[in-house]
Design a protein around this ligand. Structure first.
Ligand code: FAD
Ligand code: DHB
Length: 390
């Protein structure tokens, strides 16, 4: 088998890259080791930046997003028993965010790919990448009982944090930068109308909580827990009790509903440099992860593959490798901005079990500052909605 671009992973990064290449007339094959069902049901992010929405729109995969996505103009920060609105649109010349689940983005991309007839293999086994330094890198895998080798011009490693592409790069090439946090998020999807129109990020002495949503009928809620918290310790009643305690306000009620899904995610910041080796290009979580507090993970993944697709279009069109060679440097400017913003939001809003009362007062001072100073609020807002050029 032979293709132009071999793509490992059918998450948001791999599927969006495949779509952008298809629109530009460049062939690709997508290999995913999980089932279609698994990939479509995996609940993760929910906040799309304007730039992400624009890209999916240009790629012709945003009809349902425009019909069903909820446009938001602000978020709320809660601390010291009060809520403060950050008017994102007013502070950023009209930018908005759109609430539309990652599951839905992935479903739309898969549907478009299958409708076009372009190759996308689920349940590909033993995927491995080879000859990365050569002009003919290849991907070996098993599918439907047969062994296959896919020869490519380049390989895109879009296989997430636990994928094989990054691990295949020889020792000594990559430098990893990381930060661990002593906490994680327990997230639930509940069949109940959201109790607030906008997202609420709550700082509380018991720990952080977030009220979000997936639609006008489904709420998505998170509470800060330990990094390696055992979900079995959290029956639904305990989760609701904690949500009431952390999000509760005089005169406001958090509506409960059946819990459809729940899970714990440990939090970490991680970046590898460079994001490329020979003819392998890493994109999305394969190269970097952020703690979820800034809602940046999915948006960063989409930005990486936009950069990669543009560089590949230039290479195939003019033969120039300049943009491909600059791929790491171009991506890392945005990656590090998002790393900082995500670390900053996380540190401002979570209770660190090792922190003292001095740290707590610094957090509250920072929260008061970003909700009272237009300059500070604008900084939060422009990062949250996504910076244009960097
Ligand atoms: P992924 O979505 O991880 O996709 C990688 C794909 O590669 C997967 O489909 C995987 O099955 C496949 N794959 C892996 N190994 C192989 C292999 N060997 N061969 C073939 N395929 C392979 N971000 C937010 O902004 N807000 C959130 O609330 C949020 N919650 C999250 C919860 C969890 C549990 C996780 C893990 C992430 C969360 N994120 C969140 C981050 C966000 O979802 C990611 O940044 C986003 O999914 C990145 O997309 P990606 O395509 O790079 O990687
Ligand atoms: C959601 C996730 C986030 O990480 C975030 O910052 C806001 C909302 C969500 O899943 O809805």
């Amino acid at each position: 088998m032979r293709t132009q671009v071999g793509i490992v992973g059918a998450g948001p990064a791999g599927l969006t890259l495949a779509r952008l290449l298809e629109v530009a007339g460049i062939e690709s094959v997508v290999l995913e080791n999980r089932s279609r069902d698994h990939v479509e049901q995996r609940i993760r992010a929910g906040v799309l930046e304007q730039g992400t929405v624009d890209l999916l729109t240009e790629a012709g995969v945003a009809d349902r997003l425009h019909r069903e996505g909820l446009v938001h103009h602000g978020i709320e920060l809660q601390f010291d028993g009060e809520r403060h609105r950050v008017p994102l649109s007013d502070l950023t010349g009209g930018s908005t965010i759109v609430i539309y689940g990652q599951t839905e983005v992935v479903k739309d991309l898969i549907q478009a790919r299958l409708a076009s007839g372009a190759p996308l293999y689920f349940e590909a086994e033993d995927v491995s990448v080879h000859e990365l330094e050569s002009e003919r890198p290849s991907i070996r895998f098993r599918h439907d009982g047969g062994k296959h080798e896919l020869e490519c011009d380049v390989i895109a490693g879009c296989d997430g944090f636990h994928g094989i592409c990054r691990e295949t790069i020889p020792a000594g090439v990559l430098t990893a930068f990381s930060r661990d946090y002593p906490y994680g998020w327990l997230g639930i999807l509940a069949a109940v109308a959201p109790s607030n129109e906008e997202l609420v990020y709550a700082h509380h002495e018991r720990g952080f909580a977030l009220l979000s949503l997936r639609s006008l009928e489904f709420s998505r809620l998170y509470v800060q827990v330990d990094h390696d918290e055992d979900i079995r310790e959290w029956p639904d009643d305990r989760i609701w009790e904690e949500l009431h305690a952390r999000l509760g306000l005089e005169g406001w009620n958090l509506a409960e509903g059946p819990v459809l899904e729940k899970g714990v995610t440990g939090m970490r910041s991680y970046v590898v440099e460079p994001m490329q080796y020979g003819r392998l290009y890493l994109a999305g979580d394969a190269a970097h992860i952020v703690p979820p507090t800034g809602a940046k993970g999915l948006n960063l993944a989409i930005h990486d593959v936009r950069t990669l697709a543009e560089a590949l279009v230039e290479w195939y069109g003019s033969g120039s490798r300049a943009a491909l060679d600059a791929y790491t440097a171009t991506c890392l400017r945005r990656v590090w901005r998002a790393e900082h913003f995500s670390w900053w939001m996380t540190s401002m809003l979570h209770r660190d079990p090792g922190d003292d009362s001095f740290g707590l007062r610094l957090q509250l001072s920072q929260l008061r500052y970003v909700t009272s100073s237009p300059a500070a609020a604008t900084s939060l807002a422009e990062n949250y909605v996504g910076l244009g050029t960097l």
